[in-house]
Write a protein that binds this ligand. Sequence first.
Ligand SMILES: Cc1ncc(COP(=O)(O)O)c(C=O)c1O
Length: 401
Amino acid sequence: MTSARVSQRIGSIAESATLAVDAKAKALKAAGRPVIGFGAGEPDFPTPDYIVEAAVAAARQPRFHRYSPAGGLPELKEAIAAKTKRDSGYEAAASQVLVTNGGKQAVYNTFATLLDPGDEVLLPTPYWTTYPEAIRLAGGVPVEVFAGPEQGYLVTVDQLEAALTERTKILLFVSPSNPTGAVYSPEQTREIGQWAASKGLWVVTDEIYEHLTYDGMPFTSIATATPELGDKVVILNGVAKTYAMTGWRVGWMIGPADVIKAATNLQSHATSNVANISQMAALAAVSGPLDAVQEMKAAFDRRRRTMVKMLSEIDGVNCPTPQGAFYVYPDVRDVLGKEIAGVRPATSAELAALILDKAEVAIVPGEAFGPSGFVRLSYALGDDDLAEGVGRIQELLGTAK
Ligand SMILES: Cc1ncc(COP(=O)(O)O)c(C=O)c1O
């Protein structure tokens, strides 16, 4: 008999640092503290009415009170294929779509389906906190390829080449990026895609921030830009960020039919179909207009500029201007080691804790996304809160000596 209570596999998973920061900020707020949270990765807008109405109508139909196919409602799979053609220029049949419980389950399913123990995944770093855990859970090995602010948080082919081994199976490509907001140009995307194809790698690409790019920067789907990849490509996406639908839990993966069939088998045992009401809301979203995201984008763009300007005014903070998503990722290495309110934070985790404690502002330390020395702030919150929160950080860090 073994004495282990929690398995090694699950026991070694780290808590989602972004959700933890958000939960702590919400708990402090509930206790009456005037906390301003920059932790959450979700739009602060309500889901558009016509989407909510589609869900209400679906809830009244008995057929949606029952189990439905584990891989997704056929009409939604068709609509996702059409939307992918519209937005990514990528042709896929409905049979190549698996509807998942949010983009997160698409990430999990994909790595579980593609990886055998020991298979390596090239993971551009800073990375979204869920990727390495999903890779490890599948028995895979995340191989971090770090790109700092000096290179715009964009990895190069030379760096990828240096990290390649005979165990490399997948390149993960995320543009626009969470946490850095970096966006690869069409040329950079093609160069990386062609390199991956020339090495026979799979490319897993997360396109969840496709509609949030700024300064005229286009979104480029690596799947479409690189036909040389053939069928060794999996696209991850969802309705969360584009339609302010984080709570509805609808995402999807698109890939070759055999991979989708295998992933559907996995999902059929894990969770079965995504809630039908949410699927019908997602159907209204993906087959409707993109007006709501354009409105959100205008607000995000305004907040992005304010935030970069205010953070850049702080001594020791280097805040590159992100071109996508809704995060800034300032480099705070020059602040570490200085005395702030009687404390000398040595890491970005200690700095974030100090900022929460003294300024009552929640931000996510770089340790959640790779190396220490950086922090992530979401600008998906109201303009007044944003200015007040960054103002408090300015005031606190202004005392650094
Ligand atoms: C890069 C990226 N991919 C996927 C997701 C998953 O989103 P959801 O599971 O809410 O659809 C997120 C959410 O933060 C994300 O930032």
